[in-house]
Design a protein around this ligand. Structure first.
Ligand code: AMP
Length: 112
C-alpha cells in the first residue's frame, strides 16, 4: 500500500531532502524531535524491518552506511542515534521502512 513517503519519493508532496541516490532518500522529519532529525528511507517500499527479505541485504547495508554520512554532512557525525520503529505497538506510524537519524542534543538510555 502506498504511503506518504512514496509521495515524497515521487515528488508529489514537498520535503526538505538532504540526500538522494539510486536506492534511498533522506529528508527532514516534519515534526523534529532533535535539532537534527532526518528520515532515511529505501526507495523500495519495504513495510518495516520485519518485512525485509534476504534479497534486501545489500539495500539494508547501504542504508547503514548512508546514515553516518548524512549525520556527518549535517554536523552530528560524532554523536547521533539511529532509531527504527517496527510495528504500531512501538510507534511505527508510516508503514514504509525508515531510519530516524537524530542528533544535536543528548539522549537518555534506555529510551522510553
Ligand atoms: P514512525 O512513527 O517511526 O513511523 O515515524 C514516522 C515519522 O514520519 C514521524 O516522525 C513523522 O513526524 C514523520 N512524517 C510524517 N509525515 C511526514 C512528512 N510529510 N514529511 C516528513 N516527515 C513526516
Amino acid at each position: 500500500m502506498a504511503t506518504i513517503f512514496d509521495k515524497i519519493i515521487a515528488r508529489e508532496i514537498p520535503a526538505d531532502i538532504v540526500h538522494e541516490d539510486d536506492l534511498c532518500l533522506a529528508f527532514r522529519d516534519i515534526n523534529p524531535q532533535a535539532p537534527v532529525h532526518v528520515l532515511l528511507i529505501p526507495k523500495k517500499p519495504i513495510v518495516n524491518l520485519a518485512d525485509a527479505a534476504p534479497a534486501d541485504q545489500a539495500l539494508l547495508g547501504h542504508l547503514m552506511l548512508v546514515a553516518p554520512a548524512i549525520a556527518e554532512k549535517l554536523g552530528v557525525g560524532g554523536a547521533f542515534r539511529l532509531n527504527v520503529n517496527n510495528g504500531a505497538a512501538v510507534g511505527q506510524s508510516v508503514f514504509h521502512l525508515h531510519l530516524h537519524i537524530l542528533g544535536g542534543r543528548s539522549f537518555a538510555w534506555p529510551p522510553g
